[in-house]
Design a protein around this ligand. Sequence first.
Ligand code: VG1
Ligand code: CO
Length: 546
Amino acid sequence: MTLTKRTIKLTTPFTDQKPGTSGLRKSSSQFETPHYLESFLEAILRTLPGVDGGTLVVGGDGRYGNERAINIIMSMAAAHGLKKVITTTNGILSTPAASHLIRSRKAIGGIILSASHNPGGRNGDFGVKVNGSNGGPAAEALTNSIYSCTQKLEEYSLIDIPKISLQSQGNQQIGEMKVEIVDGVEDYVVLMQNLFDFDLIQNFLLQDFSFIFDAMNAVTGPYAKRIFEDLLNAPKGSVLNGLPLEDFGGSHPDPNLTYAKDLAELLLTKKQYSFGAACDGDGDRNMVLGKGCFVNPSDSLAVLTANAHLVPGYADGLKGVARSMPTSSAVDAVAKKIGINCFETPTGWKFFGNLLDANEITLCGEESFGTGSNHVREKDGLWAVLFWLQILAKRNTSVEEIMHEHWTEYGRHYYSRHDYEEVDSEAASDLYSNLEKLTPKLVGKQFATGTVMLADNFNYKDPIDNSLTTNQGLRIILDDSSRIIIRLSGTGTKGATLRIYLERYISNPGETRKNPQIVLSDLITSINNLAEIPKMTGMNAPTVIT
Ligand code: VG1
Ligand code: CO
């Protein structure tokens, strides 16, 4: 069957993508305005190397708009000469599973439909993320090319096709292009089985150890049920909110103490389970909790690094590790002890890509509940949960014990992030530029708990391709190793989000069981005063404290 290609002229220019971001995240209603999604897809399909004759992976976290977007991608992909599009039943594909599929099927890249941890539904957010052939978020150069393409876009093309049913696996043909619908869970599960000892974890779960996982009505439900309930024999019902819903049941699929508060209550207040975990909308983030014990994501990366030798997939040792700049230095201490490199990158998973591809690092992570390794090129929520279970099983201990032993050995990097959400954009940018002028003047002076050694705006030179990324966050570093970082979020969709990251190192093992907010209080007060946060934002307290 030959199908006819149609070209549609654009009357309004597309100006919405922010330069430097590897996708587009906006309200669902914005994505439903005519030609909007199509315009961004056109820029991707014109820019991604290898489109002509190539294979593309497409799927999403199941939020409102997912199947519509998959159908539009099919009709545009056919018009741009792709040989094959691989998608999944019901379009369900987590971000890490997409990364794996891109790599294992040697695709030219992928389009992941998700606004990650942002709420979904008709009144929520939608997003389009672009990944390259290494399976990772599009690197800066590709992102910039897509951005410049959006700036001069005058038309887009598609082929009219009947709606494709994603209900079952199989192959379909659209003109010259093949559509392959696969099970989005299976390949990923096999990858996990290759990295972890499922028998050992299964036996451990049979002991006096209770487990609960919250899929937050988002993409990890089917993966978690398969892995934990079917393969590891956790009791049925161990996976809460396991059915992906278009609006995530009206909740905010962000695994932190504020938005996953039901789970936090089960573990921290009621102390009903030995272990609890949750993942975000698209499955790349994770939160790990023990009985009465919250694991800070920065500490989690440090613990995984220190115990990686206990995991079959990493038994040969680690090449190196990396963390994003605002992530605490807890992992640095472990890297130093085991004698491997520790790289510091800007916020965002794309900056780990080159280091992973060049085999300079094996594990990496961010303070924002992201941990991952060289098994894919995205952070991976369920992988992190399995990693923790493997360590617990091998050491036959509890999360709380692991944390206390870790802090006793390495000291504790007390850490917290304060987020001020939906701040007026102008007020937020004024606050930031005021601070940018003020902070360099602090060098040599007393501030909070010590003397300021360095105050700058973080720049990063990629050690592999030497590319330079500037303006990645203000840092104030003190002589007692305390750090305060100030950034404006790049992923929010309403107003601006101000993030303040606070870190203080205490080496004395006797002082590692304190409340972080108390230990960090001098830093908190000092930065609140310097930045005049209440006055500038009109907010007396952060929206989210992690
Ligand atoms: C946030 C996090 C960052 C993470 C990014 C994408 O960015 O801070 O660490 O990489 O979200 O996560 P920002 O610019 O809002 O601080 V996800 O789960 O969207 O892939
Ligand atoms: Co995410």
